[in-house]
Design a protein around this ligand. Structure first.
Ligand code: PEP
Ligand code: MN
Length: 365
């Protein structure tokens, strides 16, 4: 598994200067010349430099608005000419890439449905080979980090170095508050594995409703993601797709300027440093203690395994496990620990105990 991408930082792509954080905004879809131009005018006026608009729309059901196609590229170029915006659109096939290159579109993104398909990603990567177009790759619809990384690798191997990721959330079988499960854990893992990879959040597609955009953007910023891709339409109520999750440029401006709190990633200020270093040292000690306690616990599990083997007893004694979990949750509750946390933690510990006992039982004498 390759763990290295050859990247050019987003600050050198030439279109993220102001405002901070880097924000890409624009309608879900280009619908008419008038809508693109009016939205572009308002976005440029609030200081946005990069505009998005889908012109080939991957819709769930046939018969929905599927985008205006190539003519939309003309409108995007006009928006660039008149308002200096760097314009981008979604590509899902090599014909889309070829059209974007012919027209001179500034950047492209790969959507969540396409990112899930290695054949399609490879086709796009091959069509982009030899260019230095910036490409953003949304997470695949299914929560598979390797598939996402694989898509990034395919583009990088084709020579795309202005490469970034966009977290737009994951499909789930359950009904959740959000349209898509944000999957913050996967974002944290991607960030840890590729700290240099420009990383955006798309709170519009995560939340599915404009009322969630601020909260999700704040969470993305607090986790140290670099920027945001937000759907914005001059008149969201009239949008032909994703109407509920788009902000007007004025609402976007209000959020960016007055509501979103972009915290510093670190500080050298002495009071902060002294306290944070001391607190982290305490956490480190507790973590090390936790590890040695876990080691002691697993050793006892192994001894129990031998004992069960000797007496020919099965590994999983459900009543014992249920009683143990009930007890732990009760204690956790008294100590103010979240029940789901306690349950998840001890499920992992229990699984490891079972794995160890299984090894003991299956070992040849
Ligand atoms: C979009 O950005 O409009 C879009 C279709 O996004 P996603 O691929 O994240 O669903
Ligand atoms: Mn959309």
């Amino acid at each position: 598994m390759a763990e290295k991408l050859d990247l050019i930082p987003a600050s050198e792509w030439g279109f993220f200067t102001q405002p901070q954080p880097p924000v890409i905004a624009g309608p879900c879809a280009a619908e008419s010349e008038c809508q693109v131009m009016e939205t572009a005018r308002e976005l440029a006026a609030i200081g946005i430099h990069a505009m998005r608009a889908g012109i080939w729309k991957p819709r769930t059901h046939p018969g929905s608005f599927e985008g205006v196609g190539e003519q939309g590229l003309q409108w995007l170029l006009k928006a660039r000419r008149e308002f200096g915006l760097r314009v981008g659109t979604e590509v899902a096939r090599k014909e889309h890439v070829e059209a974007c290159l012919r027209y001179g579109i500034d950047w492209v993104w790969i959507g969540a449905r396409t990112a899930a398909n290695p054949f399609m990603v490879q086709e796009i990567a091959d069509a982009l080979r030899g260019t230095d177009l910036p490409v953003l790759v949304k997470n695949p619809v299914n929560p598979d980090i390797e598939l996402w990384i694989g898509a990034l690798e395919r583009l990088n191997r084709a020579g795309i170095r202005k490469l970034g990721a966009v977290l737009r959330g994951f499909s789930t079988i359950h009904q959740t508050t959000y349209r898509n499960d944000p999957g913050w854990q996967i974002a944290i893992e991607l960030r840890a594995r590729f700290p240099e990879l420009p990383f955006f959040a798309d709170p519009s597609h995560m939340g599915g409703d404009r009322k969630f955009i601020l909260g999700l953007s704040q969470r993305a910023m607090d986790l140290g993601l670099d920027g945001l891709m937000i759907e914005s339409h001059h008149c969201p109520a009239k949008a032909l797709s994703d109407a509920r999750q788009q902000l007007t440029p004025a609402e976007l401006q209000e959020m960016l300027a007055h509501q979103l709190n972009v915290r510093a990633s670190d500080s050298q200020e002495s009071d902060y440093r002294a306290n944070i270093d001391m607190l982290r040292a305490r956490i480190d000690i507790i973590d090390e203690n936790l590890l040695s306690l876990l080691k002691a616990r697993m050793e006892i599990s192994e001894t129990i395994g031998h004992f069960k083997k000797e007496h020919n007893i099965i590994i999983l004694q459900l009543p014992r496990w249920e009683a143990l979990m009930d007890n732990l949750i009760r204690i956790g509750n008294t100590d103010g620990l979240d029940e789901r946390f306690v349950q998840a933690l001890f499920n992992v510990i229990h699984q490891e105990s079972i794995r160890i006992q299984n090894e003991v039982l299956s070992a040849k004498e």
